[in-house]
Design a binder for this molecule. Structure first.
Ligand SMILES: [Zn+2]
Length: 457
């Protein structure tokens, strides 16, 4: 028998949830134009008496783009340190949150005291869906308090009633030892950091003589746990079976999606505070939730005081995995298939780097590590006409000839399966970064490095 954090909303028919949410959005819109200079501008043409009867009715409202938030932030002043989207007086702000800043200058968001409560409840809902309970002792391994995965994630664990052990920020060896001393039963980490821990699990910490109590892993802060090979490696290394992927967005809500015991796609868990839409990224048209459908996720907050967003284009692309679930939750289940920011165009064709990674980590599971780095020549590069440079890691030591043969084989596989030419460099194991937050799969060559490489015979 399943248990829920918010049984009423999590099990209500999805159409009813959306209808209730549309009413909530209707109720907050007029005041939003008063409170936020950004929305006074964006919603200047929106009727005062607009009534939204369903999620589809939101199509009457304009989108909010990341650039709108950037421009709004540039209007920051002493009275409004968060700029034109600051919708409460400075005295009512209790916290600022930073975006990760992996793409450009970081954006800042604010929280009022009520926003802190809302975040705590919504994040706790996701952790609960992901199987965390009051009696869990949780190692929170994101080391940056100011990002969405920092303090807000920690608040979610405390709200749920679990024992928060914020070990993020310590060296890996210390984390591994403290997890044994504190009898940690669950950990939250980025997928790549969880893999890093899995690789070291048997080497460090065992000297304490304390048996591992670890049973649950939550992957958050970066996508990747949907890859079966990565899942298998982390589960094997840490000797457990409970692995759940989660996803959120700092601009909206730090964690909104979480996997239930089916471990097959993430449920939407922020329905009490956020309305989510699926749209066609090219036309902007609203798409129905249907199994197998893909689109961009668009979010509207209707319980956010400090920095609200309406129809915010997340640039996250998702595939709808299922609309029903044995757990009884009624929200759609999705998996993230990539970000607009990462999308490349190879000879006129769209390619997500994650698609290359997922192909290779499945096909070459025994021979390379489930990680990938793709190189751009400049941060703004989207189009590629020549082979795209990618780095992979060999699982075992290889001689030069074996390395070259593996690279050839990988290049042929990508060409056949994705119609994309890549130039593969096979690195030794450990050659790619395993970060504690937002590990970018795409890297930009430093000009000096590129020049050095070019000068090689
Ligand atoms: Zn479920």
């Amino acid at each position: 028998m399943s248990e829920y954090w918010n049984a009423e909303l999590e099990t209500m028919p999805w159409a009813d949830v959306e209808r209730w949410q549309a009413g909530q959005v209707t109720a907050v819109l007029p005041a939003l134009r008063e409170r936020s200079p950004l929305y006074a501008r964006l919603h200047a043409g929106v009727r005062d008496d607009l009534v939204l009867r369903s999620a589809a009715d939101l199509a009457a409202l304009p989108f909010t783009l990341k650039d709108d938030l950037r421009i709004a932030q540039e209007a920051a002043s002493e009275a409004a340190p968060l700029g034109d989207n600051q919708a409460v007086p400075r005295a009512d702000l209790v916290q600022a949150i930073s975006s990760s800043g992996t793409t450009g200058r970081p954006l800042y968001y604010g929280l009022s005291a009520r926003d802190v409560e809302v975040f705590g409840d919504a994040v706790a809902n996701v952790w609960f869906t992901a199987g965390i309970r009051k009696d869990d002792v949780v190692a929170h391994l994101v080391g940056l308090p100011m990002v969405a995965g920092g303090l807000p994630y920690a608040d979610g664990f405390r709200r749920l009633g679990a024992t928060l052990c914020w070990l993020g920020g310590f060296p890996t060896e210390r984390i591994l030892r403290e997890m044994r001393h504190l009898r940690v039963t669950a950990l939250l980490a980025t997928t790549s950091f969880a893999l890093h821990l899995a690789d070291k699990w048997d080497a460090v910490g065992t000297e304490t003589g304390i048996a591992s109590c670890l049973r649950k892993v939550i992957g958050g802060g970066e996508p990747g746990l949907a890859q079966p090979e990565l899942r298998r490696r982390i589960a094997g290394g840490l000797a457990l079976t409970h692995l759940r992927e989660t996803m959120g967005l700092g601009d909206v809500m730090p964690s909104m999606w979480g996997e239930c015991e089916a471990e097959a796609g993430m449920h939407f868990n922020a329905q009490r505070y956020v309305l989510v839409e699926l749209i066609d990224p090219a036309s902007g048209a609203t798409l129905p939730w249907r199994e197998g459908g893909t689109g961009e996720l668009v979010y509207t907050t209707f319980a956010r005081d400090a920095t609200p967003v309406v129809r915010y284009r997340s640039r996250d692309h998702a595939e709808v995995v299922a609309l029903r679930c044995a757990c009884g939750r009624t929200s759609p289940r999705i998996r993230c298939i990539g970000r607009t920011d990462d999308m490349l165009i190879y000879k006129g064709m769209n390619v997500f780097p994650t698609a290359v990674r997922d192909l290779l980590t499945g096909r070459f599971a025994d021979r390379i590590e489930p990680l990938l780095r793709l190189w751009k020549e400049s941060a703004g590069q989207v189009r590629f006409d020549d082979a795209i440079a990618i780095d992979v890691e060999a699982s075992a030591p290889l001689g030069d000839a074996q390395r070259a043969a593996l690279a050839d084989e990988i290049e042929a596989t990508v060409r056949t399966e994705l119609q994309v030419r890549v130039a593969v460099t096979v690195l030794d194991r450990g050659g790619l970064p395993r970060g504690v937050y937002k590990n970018a799969i795409v890297a930009v060559r430093e000009p000096a490095v590129a020049a050095r490489k070019d000068s090689k015979p």
